[in-house]
Design a protein around this ligand. Structure first.
Ligand code: CAA
Length: 384
């Protein structure tokens, strides 16, 4: 087992870190306050290859390995979870799913434009009445000649309103239950779908979360991704990729909490010495350090399996669950260390806390991850 990063991985991490500190961090608070989507940031990321890290060069990406992908995601997540979420959906849920299940024509048509940022992707699975029980989606796809007619509503779709390419899951035959689900690629200019942004979120305020409105959208059969009936498996495989990215982003949040806390606790004084000179403060920081390093190693282990092309659903769920939970604890500790200042956006830790909360919800709640891990451990299905 080698825990050292290769020189290429170190360079990629440095590229992402420098970019994050220079181009993302300075505007994060204002974007959060204004609920402003980071379009300008994305434009600057594209030429550096950061919108298509793990996508092979032949399709417009950088062709980096999965540990490098996690390093990039961690560095972006360290400064702004809204940007990180936008990126996770673009790369992990849309690009990598297209790469795995798309025809050669679909890959050539969409991947280079996604990697350049000319297309912004979204992933339409969740519905107003269907979240964790994703096998039960109700959006329908009715065959009509050489096309499909899609009808239904999707909700909590990251990038939904700003997207011009939607990967949408719909039911073709309810009698077949999850084996009737199919996946479709909707290019907004040609298959116009509606959207409605969701406002008033606790966190991720500068990312876009929207409803998608499918009012009899006609989609050519050529835009179907994978076979009819494989849609659910495609969604689950996509989530194996998306959850990895959420885990890496959560490690970034936890690291940001350590960095902010160490800076504050070594500068601010109380009872005649630096805060960090108090044992109970050091305990808060030590807990954050231990949990963050453990989470990072879980992410790298899942990444190593992905690099080797081996099954990783279990390891990805473990990483996603743990990193999401410890990022929240780290943010809570960071606020505690900052005292009253941690309660206002003069310091970034309150944003880290608000932004961290959704990691325990989206791309499969903590409870869903536990059921997946428990099923692997016991061989007994406690899900349905
Ligand atoms: N890869 C490939 N196939 C998989 C798979 C995986 N990781 N996991 C399951 N499958 C296959 C199974 O092999 C099975 O195939 P067969 O029918 O041929 O046997 C089929 O899918 C059904 O699987 P399960 O029996 O595991 O289904 P289940 O109902 O027991 O459990 C679940 C499914 C794990 C609960 C799943 O519904 C789930 O993950 N729910 C959470 C949904 C979720 O994460 N939503 C996030 C929305 S996206 C989002 O948040 C995006 C955003 O914009 C931020």
């Amino acid at each position: 087992m080698d825990f050292d990063l290769t020189s290429e991985q170190q360079q990629i991490r440095k590229l992402a870190k420098d970019f994050a500190d220079r181009e993302i961090a300075p505007g994060a608070r204002e974007r959060d306050r204004a609920e402003k989507f980071p379009a300008e940031v994305l434009k600057k990321m594209a030429p550096l290859g950061l919108l298509g890290g793990p996508v092979p060069e032949q399709y417009g990406g950088m062709g980096v390995d999965y540990v490098s992908h996690a390093l990039i995601t961690e560095e972006i997540g360290r400064v702004d979870s809204s940007v990180r979420t936008t990126l996770s959906v673009q790369i992990s849920l849309v690009e990598l799913t297209l790469l795995k299940f798309g025809t050669e024509e679909q890959k050539r048509r969409y991947l280079p434009r996604l990697c350049k940022g000319d297309l912004i992707g979204c992933f339409g699975l969740t519905e107003p009445e269907v979240g964790s029980d994703a096998t039960k989606i109700r959006a329908s796809a009715r065959r009509d000649g050489d096309a499909w007619v899609l009808r239904g509503r999707k909700t909590w779709i990251s990038n939904g309103s700003v997207s011009n390419l939607a990967l949408v899951f719909a039911q073709t035959d309810p009698a077949k239950e999850h084996k009737g689900i199919a996946a479709f690629l909707l290019e907004r200019d040609e298959q116009p779908y509606g959207s409605q942004p969701i406002h008033g979120k606790l966190g991720l305020r500068s990312s876009d979360s929207s409803e998608l409105i499918l009012d009899d959208v006609r989609v050519p059969d050529a835009n179907r991704l994978g076979p009819v009936g494989d849609g659910f498996k495609i969604a689950m495989a996509a989530l194996d990729s998306g959850r990895y990215s959420v885990a890496a982003g959560a490690v970034g949040v936890a690291q940001a909490c350590i960095d902010a806390s160490v800076t504050y606790a070594t500068q601010r004084r109380s009872f005649g010495k630096p805060l960090a000179g108090h044992q109970l403060v050091q305990e808060l920081i030590a807990d954050m350090v231990v949990e963050t390093e453990a989470a990072r190693l879980l992410v790298w282990r899942a990444g190593d399996l992905k690099n080797k092309g081996r099954p990783n659903t279990r390891e990805t769920s473990i990483a996603k669950l743990y990193a999401s939970e410890i990022a929240q604890r780290a943010a809570d500790n960071a606020i505690q260390i900052h005292g009253g200042y941690g309660f206002s956006d003069e310091f970034p830790v309150e944003r880290y806390w608000r932004d961290a909360r959704v990691n325990r919800l989206y791309e499969g709640t903590t409870q869903i991850q536990k059921l997946i891990i428990g099923r692997f451990a016991t061989g007994i299905d406690a899900i349905a």
